[in-house]
Design a protein around this ligand. Sequence first.
Ligand SMILES: Nc1nc2c(ncn2[C@@H]2O[C@H](COP(=O)(O)OP(=O)(O)O)[C@@H](O)[C@H]2O)c(=O)[nH]1
Ligand SMILES: [Mg+2]
Length: 240
Amino acid sequence: MPFGQLLIGPPGSGKTTFCNGVQQYLRAARRHVVLLNLDPANDVLPYEPDIDVCDLVCLEQVMAELGLGPNGGLVYCIEYLEKNVDWLLEKLQPYEEAGAYIVIDCPGQVELFTQHGSLRRVLDLLSKQRGYRLAAVHLVDAHLCTEPSKYIAALLLSLSAMLHLELPHVNVLSKVDLIRQYGRLDFSLDFYTEVQDLSYLVRGMGNDRFGAKHRKLSRELCELVQDFGLVSFLPLAIEV
Ligand SMILES: Nc1nc2c(ncn2[C@@H]2O[C@H](COP(=O)(O)OP(=O)(O)O)[C@@H](O)[C@H]2O)c(=O)[nH]1
Ligand SMILES: [Mg+2]
């Protein structure tokens, strides 16, 4: 039964860097690891992928031939992967037989892991047909903690991904080593990682125009996140 993890999160949150780190860690631990790049926009990679979606479909070519922008192009690429999932299954087979742990680097376009069905169906197929046991690791950049409205957006994004993918799920605040650069946070880091009482966050809003105008909406959204009681974060600084 193959085990592995799926790296999701917005562009620039650190997914590819994380995959590189996990690959090095697992190799040092003498664990056989297979790195699958599912992001057709990943043109410069710090690691050598064992399986690369770019060998199946090329984002630049898709954009040029179909007249699509980067977002539409990425959606097309993932739909193309779903239609040609046998390509992926065939590539994975030798690694499965060798008992490799799989690390999957995903595109950063958030609708692909919060709304769109293709990626989810590919993952379902891996688990139902091949018995994969995958966990999602969702990275959001810790700088989003510096503004309440951005932090609320990160909470909603994390919750949406959990509900959409229905996988065992770990939310991570990435790049915490950089957080000091953005000035003092309104609360301690624990407040942002534990997601315990968001009413403090809403009470602190209102000093800027956005906060004053959207205080009621923000309160309702925070209550929604808390009612689910699913979201919390682990802090991570992969590069230190
Ligand atoms: N300081 C710092 N930079 C990081 C960390 N993780 C990633 N980065 C940087 O963030 C940028 C985007 O990372 P990348 O892995 O390409 O993000 P992706 O788009 O989610 O795959 C790169 O310049 C990385 O070097 C971290 O923990 N700390
Ligand atoms: Mg990447």
